[in-house]
Design a protein around this ligand. Structure first.
Ligand SMILES: [Zn+2]
Length: 123
């Protein structure tokens, strides 16, 4: 009687362990994939940052635009974004108070985490 129980339990345990091992492998693969995607995004961000800084330096050099001109235009774009999405689609960042989309997970200006209280925002 004990022998049959031991055999059945051993089979049950082996099946459980096999299932957990497969689950762990799947989780490891997803984590690796997410890490690779994050690294690729960081590289794209760095390239875009360098190109943006270079373009701004070129514009200042060739056109006489100033940093205050850029700040004014950024503010203008920010306001037009708010108008485009309306009050229902925008909110104020809880840290810096600038206008951001309600669907944003982080403030594009200061990087503060934004929680809207709605689990479906940002999905
Ligand atoms: Zn902010």
């Amino acid at each position: 009687m004990y022998d049959l129980f031991d055999v059945l339990f051993a089979q049950y345990a082996a099946a459980k362990i096999s299932g957990l091992t497969a689950l762990q492998a799947n989780t490891d693969q997803r984590l690796t994939s997410s890490t690779d995607r994050l690294t690729a995004l960081e590289h794209k961000y760095e390239r875009m940052h360098i190109v943006t800084v270079a373009l701004w330096a070129l514009l200042k050099e060739r056109t006489g635009l100033t940093d205050s001109d850029l700040k004014r235009l950024v503010g203008s774009v920010e306001a037009s974004e708010a108008n485009a999405h309306g009050a229902a689609g925008t909110t104020a960042c809880p840290k810096c108070s600038r206008v951001i989309r309600k669907s944003a997970m982080r403030c594009v200006w200061c990087g503060a985490a934004v929680t809207t209280g709605n689990a479906f925002h940002g999905t």
